[in-house]
Write a protein that binds this ligand. Structure first.
Ligand SMILES: [Zn+2]
Length: 368
């Protein structure tokens, strides 16, 4: 794990978020949050965007007050302006709580730097053959299946899984089994039109209930080629939920434990569990653990991925895209995998289509 760190964009965005949450005025709060988001999404480190007279290049979403914070961080690694505002704020305790929930999140610029850095021997973009978590208009995503196929094919993927939410997650427009059957017909027509040049996989993102049970029966899960299991509730509890996660990875037919913690940057820590025990069980059952590349999730991050690697796990590196432009989030997952030193052979996205399909099928037929 060499070559880290100095993620200056993450540091500056962190101070801007602190300043946002220290505000009592909503418009000001949104303004600083927007500035933080703009910094996190930059391709370049801020250090490259300052001219010789210490002026920051014009960046959409960043006003003069935010620019002052950024220049302080570039100069001193901290922001006296923000620290003073936080100290004065009635919301100081909330700011401190949120700060603690930003550990091991990478900015876009840092992700791109890690992808270029030859000191990491993990997967590269060219090793990556297909994304295994994304959402279409069939649940809470925007794109049509055809748009997803076109965008993935244009990225050079040989296959990709659409994993809309299952029927238990009504809030995310989960598909009924009748809708899933109709989606599968649409996917088959689409695959026919690509004539072997691209393969869309019929996936689903099943919901892990508090007791570890999925919202799909074994029979229902068996109608999909790829089953992700992911927690979407009870993600702000401090008590241990190891039994919930152990039950999920021991459920026959599950291929991937997706966004295992359910954490969101600056907002919630997600599931608390004995992750080494969960990873050992996942390895034993042949369930891959996911590195979800959504910038607000980054779940698993490299610090846990190292432990999953030691436990012998397989990995899935996914964008969790809800639009086709978010397919680029796969880069975030690749960066964490590189930091963790995961060999491409342990990453199911790096396998040729036939090997992946054979793995999916072998696990599906192991259902009781
Ligand atoms: Zn999810």
């Amino acid at each position: 794990m060499t070559g880290r760190f100095e993620d200056v964009n993450a540091a500056a965005a962190g101070f801007l978020r602190d300043l946002a949450y220290a505000q009592t005025s909503q418009p000001k709060m949104f303004g600083y949050k927007r500035a933080a988001a703009a910094v996190l999404a930059l391709d370049e480190p801020l250090t490259n965007l300052v001219d010789s007279s210490r002026r920051l290049e014009r960046i959409p979403g960043i006003g003069p007050a935010s620019e002052r914070v950024i220049l302080e961080v570039l100069d001193a690694g901290t922001s006296p302006t923000v620290e003073a505002a936080v100290a004065r704020s009635p919301r100081a305790a909330d700011v401190a709580r949120r700060r603690a929930l930003r550990q091991y999140f990478l900015s876009r610029a840092e992700v791109l730097r890690i992808l270029r850095d030859p000191r990491f021997d993990g997967p590269t973009r060219s090793d990556y053959r297909g994304d295994l978590q994304m959402h279409s208009e069939w649940s809470d995503g925007a794109p049509t299946l055809a748009e997803i196929a076109e965008a993935c094919f244009a990225r050079g993927y040989t296959h990709t899984a659409v994993t809309d939410h299952s029927h238990g997650l009504k809030i995310a427009g989960g598909m009924s089994m009748v809708e899933a059957a109709a989606q599968h017909e649409a996917i088959e027509r689409l695959n026919d039109s690509y004539n072997g040049r691209f393969r869309m996989i019929k996936g689903v993102e099943a919901n892990i209930a508090a007791d570890g049970q999925l919202d799909l029966s074994a029979e229902e899960a068996g109608r999909f080629e790829l089953v992700l299991a992911a927690p979407h509730s009870k993600l702000r509890r401090s008590e241990d939920q190891t039994p919930r996660m152990l039950a999920a990875v021991s459920t026959p037919g599950v291929h991937v434990l997706a966004h295992p913690r359910g954490r969101i940057t600056g907002s919630r820590a997600g599931v608390v569990a004995d992750w080494d025990a969960v990873f050992a069980a996942a390895a034993e059952h042949g369930v891959a653990v996911e590195i979800d590349g959504d910038p607000s999730r980054q779940d698993l991050d490299f610090s846990l991925a190292v432990r999953a690697l030691a436990a012998g796990c397989l990995f899935a590196l996914d964008s969790d895209a809800h639009t086709t432009s978010q397919l680029a989030y796969a880069d975030t997952a690749l960066a964490h995998a590189r930091l963790a030193g995961i060999p491409p052979d342990r990453i199911v996205n790096c396998w040729p289509t036939d090997r992946l399909l054979a793995w999916l099928k072998s696990r599906a037929s192991s259902r009781p």
